[in-house]
Design a protein around this ligand. Structure first.
Ligand SMILES: Nc1ncnc2c1ncn2[C@@H]1O[C@H](COP(=O)(O)OP(=O)(O)OP(=O)(O)O)[C@@H](O)[C@H]1O
Ligand SMILES: [Mg+2]
Length: 303
């Protein structure tokens, strides 16, 4: 379990993380989301003692991580600034890490196997591609068979097979009762991976909820309707809580009324329906609604 209380980090006059409190529960995958610069990596660095909080505190299993006696068995960490700029081979890099933490060589071979870098383990880690470097970082995080995993953008640069492997693997680790905190900007992937999500925006917690709850709270269900007599149907459906947006000619997206109600109404009026598709909101929809005002580096909209 990771517990952050009023965690704050300032860099000069920039407040990167501001009074952030949350609990990351064991047995679940917790997604850590937020726009660029929101403070996710800084928070993760504070959890493992790489950045010192300006104020507030954070503990892993009840104590500050830096006091842990077997740190690699306690917490496995992959931070996005991983650059293993080393002349050592991947295997030797892992062996050196293992040796300084009293971990046997057989575990090194295990994590190499697990992360699929066996064929390149003899190559210099500095020459690895983005994805291979990422796999090596994950291998390092797994070395101590840790109870808690903190992974900052672990799927960044991974190929589809690697992305799926990370998803299945972290879900498996959580099912074993471990604590998993992982950040990613890939909402569709996060939607399939996380049980719970914490969303940061400009250094503050914008949301901390179960994934399904968050999606329900921040999206509205719409129904896509296609009909040759759409105008009549839209007039009949109109109400104070109903919004209708035109999609393409002959189709509309209707919010505020169920597909069943629209179908019944159309039947009672004898209006033919060519399509009636309920659409539930996605994590991406919820995320964009939630962080709309907290995005610091906004891209130009294409219209
Ligand atoms: N060492 C540092 N010195 C000064 N400012 C920093 C430092 N580290 C982070 N920051 C600033 O703190 C803020 C939060 O950065 P952080 O890297 O935690 O964001 P993030 O949520 O991980 O973003 P991204 O999604 O882009 O990885 C940013 O404004 C960043 O510029
Ligand atoms: Mg980051």
């Amino acid at each position: 379990m990771i517990v952050a209380e009023q965690l704050t980090k300032r860099f000069g006059d920039k407040t990167a993380v501001s009074e952030v409190s949350f609990t990351v529960q064991p047995g679940k995958v917790t997604g850590f989301l937020g726009p660029n610069g929101a403070g996710k990596s800084t928070t993760m660095r504070m959890i493992v003692g790489l950045d010192r909080p300006t104020s507030g505190s954070v503990t892993v299993n009840g104590q500050p991580y830096v006091r842990s006696r077997a740190p690699l068995a306690e917490v496995g960490v992959l931070l996005d600034a991983k650059a293993v700029h080393t002349g050592r081979s991947a295997r030797n890099h892992l062996r050196a890490m293992a040796a300084t933490h009293g971990i046997g060589r057989s575990r090194v071979d295990e994590v190499i196997e697990l992360t699929g870098i066996g064929s390149v383990a003899g190559k210099r880690a500095g020459k690895f591609s983005l994805g291979m470097g990422q796999r090596l970082g994950i291998a390092a995080a797994l070395l101590g068979d840790p109870h808690t995993l903190i992974l900052d953008e672990p799927v960044n640069g991974l190929d589809p097979e690697g992305v799926r492997w990370v998803r299945q693997f972290v879900r498996y680790l959580a099912s074993e009762g471990r604590t998993v905190l992982l950040s990613s900007h890939l909402m569709s992937e996060m939607a399939q991976t996380a049980d719970h999500v914490i969303v940061l925006g400009r250094g503050r917690v914008l949301a901390d909820a179960d994934l399904s709850e968050l999606v329900r709270a921040w999206t509205s269900n719409t129904v896509l309707v296609r009909s040759p007599r759409l105008g009549e149907l839209v007039t009949a459906v109109a109400g104070p809580d109903v919004t209708v947006t035109a999609a393409e000619p002959g189709t509309a997206e209707i919010t505020g009324v169920t597909a069943a109600a629209i179908g019944d109404l159309a039947a009672s009026l004898g209006i033919p329906i060519h399509q009636l598709t309920p659409r539930t909101g996605s994590l991406e929809d919820a995320y964009l609604a939630l962080t709309g005002d907290a995005v610091e580096y906004k891209s130009k909209e294409i219209s």
